[in-house]
Design a protein around this ligand. Structure first.
Ligand code: IYR
Length: 233
């Protein structure tokens, strides 16, 4: 199962050069068994806001990021950057800035309808996981490609592409035994500055990663059943 990795370079304007793709066909009995097992396992994923202090091997997180980076994207432009924040000082600054924004949000900026929607989740402006979870990933969306000489190329379907990649990241983390939280502090402009990202990048989500704390609690949520989300016609 060797995969050849080549370094990516922009392919804008290059001709179509197809190569054969002949993956081995999985027998349908195996597909059925795997799909059922995966459905059961994915159903156990929960968003976690209280993380254990126990360390998590960094390679697990890096492999999950590599999985996320296999996501399909508009024109295969892969418009994402994943920042694994390691510096505790930077994490403290992110937490302070995020909590300052969230305080304004929870103290009225969100409005009564939004606050009511959040009430069953039990969230508030205190975000200890930003400093205390063993890992912190900040995902950036690249609004356009930026060449070393400052030249630009438009990126297409950036939010859809990065959203798919984040979904794959969450799945990879969960299937590797880790818990995560998608946090979208708003506004997020400070992240570009604190993490020194170039002008073409905007923060998309902040994702603390680790094991649930021994005292971890989650809201008693009910997921829509398949027949509530699937329409067949
Ligand atoms: N960004 C805030 C508020 C928040 C918004 C939604 I929509 C959520 O699903 C959860 C929280 C926060 O992180 O607390």
């Amino acid at each position: 199962m060797t995969q050849v990795t080549r370094n990516w370079t922009p392919a804008h304007g290059e001709p179509y050069r197809p190569v054969p793709y002949r993956p081995a066909r999985m027998p349908s009995a195996e597909s059925l068994a795997r799909a059922a097992a995966l459905r059961e396992r994915m159903g156990r994923r929960r968003t976690v806001r209280q993380f254990a202090a126990d360390p998590v091997p960094e390679q697990v997180v890096k492999d999950a990021i590599a999985c996320a980076a296999t996501a399909p994207s508009g024109a295969h432009q892969q418009p994402w950057t994943f920042v694994l924040v390691k510096d505790p000082g930077v994490r403290r600054r992110i937490r302070a800035a995020a909590e300052a924004e969230e305080r304004r949000s929870y103290q009225g900026r969100l409005g009564e309808e939004w606050l009511a929607a959040l009430r069953p989740l039990g969230t508030d402006e205190v975000k200890p996981h930003l400093t205390d979870a063993p890992h912190l990933i900040v995902v950036f969306r690249q609004r356009h490609w930026l060449g070393a000489d400052g030249s630009r190329r438009k990126h297409y379907y950036v939010d859809e592409s990065v959203g798919i990649a984040v979904g794959m990241l969450l799945s990879a983390l969960h299937l590797s035994g880790l818990a995560a939280l998608v946090h979208t502090p708003s506004p997020m402009g400070f992240l570009q500055e604190v993490l020194k990202r170039p002008a073409n990048e905007k923060a998309f989500a902040v994702i603390p990663v680790g094991y649930p704390a021994p005292e971890c609690e989650v809201p008693d949520l009910v997921r829509k059943s398949l027949d509530q989300v699937l329409v067949e016609r």
